[in-house]
Design a protein around this ligand. Structure first.
Ligand SMILES: Cc1ncc(C[n+]2csc(CCOP(=O)(O)OP(=O)(O)O)c2C)c(N)n1
Length: 310
């Protein structure tokens, strides 16, 4: 009989951070790791080494790194179809995720979840827009009843603000003062629909209608985002009820593997202020090059190992 136990996360400090490394270097390394992991995935798809589809978070890496660094053992992350960055920032388990996407037995979910459906300790993702938001509230309620100080964080996109279940959940979470942080990554597009064409009124006001405090920031700077995320996670952990962190950002790649109808000029402008450029300027060129090399070497090992898996 096969074991149903989840595979333990396999991490490599060349991807997640060397011991004693300055926080700025560690953040750069983690964002670079996520970026290169997803660029590698897109290449593997082109080669025909992967099936199905995948949604890259290229351009949004700072959100994942900034939020997850404030989470602790016992906290839960809930994510969506664009989950790789969140999962890698949480676990560092590049091999488990790549093996999962390749449909291999050694994958995080033994190869049956794929790119969008990850079930791991402290982490769950689901490709049904908004579908996982009530789960996040349910775990938040369980933690509140247990009085263990743990928090639930759920990542949603701007396009998911069209899902009614988000509002049903906000209502209960606010009434019950659940330890829930909703991180809304507004990347301006829902697949091929610009936000202006599908969202009436003001985004932040939607949350405020439930009396849920909203912290709004338009930034791709991991340091700025980390400072704000730390305050928001801290307030939720202190028992002050649910909160929303609304991050205005941008997705630099197509929605999934190829679909993209956005103006080229708009995309080009956002490449100038993407997270690695913004934060990378803070590092010496030599440190940046060293970290890039270490990430590249470690990822190449992960890809070779994953390819050889049964
Ligand atoms: C309930 C539901 N409807 C439609 C889809 C198809 N779909 C997948 S992603 C997506 C757009 C999501 O936009 P957003 O929430 O802004 O996230 P983003 O893709 O921009 O990260 C759509 C329509 C889905 N997965 N679930």
């Amino acid at each position: 009989m096969r074991s149903t136990a989840l595979a333990p996360a396999r991490t490599d400090e060349r991807l997640t951070g060397l011991a004693g490394e300055p926080p700025g270097h560690r953040r750069y390394r983690r964002m670079r790791f996520i970026r290169r992991f997803e660029e590698t995935l897109l290449r593997l798809f082109e080669e025909g080494a992967l099936n199905g589809t995948t949604h890259a978070c290229i351009g949004q890496e700072a959100d994942a790194v900034a939020v997850t660094e404030h989470l602790a053992e016992g906290d839960h992350i809930f994510s969506n179809h664009r989950c790789h960055g969140h999962y890698l920032a949480h676990s560092g388990d590049a091999l488990g995720l790549l093996a999962e996407i390749m449909g291999k037995e050694a994958g995080v979910c033994r190869g049956v979840g794929g790119s969008q459906h990850i079930c791991a300790p402290g982490f769950k993702s689901n490709g049904v827009q908004g579908g996982i938001v009530p789960n996040a509230a349910g775990i938040a309620l369980a933690n509140q009843l247990a009085g263990n100080g743990a928090v639930s964080v759920v990542f949603i996109g701007d396009g998911t603000l069209g899902e009614g279940v988000v509002y049903e959940t906000l209502n209960m979470a606010a009434l019950w003062k659940l330890p829930l942080l909703v991180v809304c990554e507004d990347n301006r597009w829902a697949q091929s629909t610009p936000v202006a064409a599908n969202l009436a009124g003001d985004m932040a006001a939607r949350f405020a209608a439930f009396g849920v405090p909203v912290r709004e920031v338009g930034s791709t700077d991991v340091e700025e985002l980390s400072a704000i995320a730390g305050e928001e996670v801290g307030a939720v952990r202190a028992g002050r009820g649910p909160r929303v962190l609304l991050i205005h950002t941008y997705r630099l790649c197509h929605h999934s593997k190829s679909d993209d109808e956005r103006p080229e000029q708009e995309i080009a402008e956002r490449w100038l202020v993407e997270p690695l450029v913004v934060h990378g300027r803070r590092l010496d060129a030599a440190d940046r090059a060293r970290i890039d090399d270490e990430v590249e070497t470690a990822l190449a090992e992960v890809v070779a190992t994953a390819r050889a898996l049964p």
